[in-house]
Ligand binder design. Structure first.
Ligand code: KIV
Length: 276
């Protein structure tokens, strides 16, 4: 059965939700078949897929292309697509137009945007256009320059109060779920209790209604130091390195390909003898 924003909301208090980032068809297919509830086409693709130092240069065209690949693979997972930097901050009209492309061309069932009360108008407009919205608070990577780096948020009483107020505002504006990134576990637990919509944590403790990870981080495919909240559920980098090395060695040694990897033709010698 296909997950929807309704099944997502119904899960609150009943079962924990799992979400993984996904950017391409093959990987998304494996994730979908593994039973993950949602696939997030995150703008983290700028870093983990395209090699940029941050998410700021990701475009709506990038997101449309990757969302479409993921959507084609998702038989049961809910597909949520990030709105990239400056695709929703300039005007409400731009925001709806760009989100519309993620849905109509990218096949996303919902979009995610970063920010709190300041973006209530955008969340309302999207909801009115029947585009479900997932909020994102705490460490919001598109604000890396304003935040002075990638660091834990909500640590002071004032910052914690602001985060709780923003969470309420995002829910009030119509969001169906909220990502909490790099937030102290106790504060995330408080937000989770306060809200009727599910919270999805990344570095926000176990009390959230669900968890999300960037798949390259959780499989050891990350070329930077992994943040504290990342658990390595596998070491796919080792398996890939070994396989690529074996390919190079076999090609160099002439032991690949073997006869079983080659196409033959009948009466080969005779036929080739007629070629000039
Ligand atoms: O872009 C992304 O991958 C995200 C997750 C870290 C939640 O927003």
């Amino acid at each position: 059965m296909k997950n929807t924003v309704i099944t997502f909301r119904q899960a609150k208090g009943q079962r924990k939700l799992s979400m993984l980032t996904a950017y391409d068809y093959s990987t998304a297919k494996i994730m979908d078949q593994s039973g993950v509830d949602a696939l997030l086409v995150g703008d983290s693709l700028g870093m983990v897929m395209l090699g940029h130092p941050d998410t700021l240069s990701v475009t709506v065209d990038d997101m449309v292309r990757h969302a479409a690949a993921v959507a084609r693979a998702a038989a049961s997972a809910l597909v949520i697509c990030d709105m990239p930097y400056l695709s929703y901050q300039i005007s409400v009209a731009d925001c709806v137009r760009h989100a519309g492309r993620l849905v109509t061309e990218g096949g996303a069932q919902a979009v995610k945007l970063e920010g709190g009360a300041d973006f209530s108008a955008e969340i309302r407009a999207l909801t009115r256009a029947s585009i479900p919205v997932m909020g994102h608070l705490g460490l919001t990577p598109q604000s890396v320059n304003a935040l002075g780096g990638y660091r834990v948020q909500g640590r002071s009483p004032a910052a914690a109060q602001k985060l709780l107020d923003d969470a309420r505002a995002v829910q009030e504006a119509g969001a169906f779920a909220l990502v909490l990134e790099c937030v102290p576990a106790g504060l995330a637990a408080r937000v989770t209790t306060e809200l009727e919509i599910p919270t999805i944590g990344i570095g926000a403790g176990a009390a959230c209604d669900g968890q999300v990870l960037v798949w390259q981080d959780m499989l050891g495919l990350c070329d930077r130091a992994a943040p504290k909240f990342v658990k390595h559920f596998g070491t796919v980098d080792t398996a890939m390195r070994e396989a690529f090395k074996a390919f190079v060695n076999e090609v160099q040694a002439g032991s690949f390909p073997q006869a079983e990897h080659c196409y033959a033709i009948k009466d080969e010698e005779e036929m080739l003898g007629h070629l000039y």
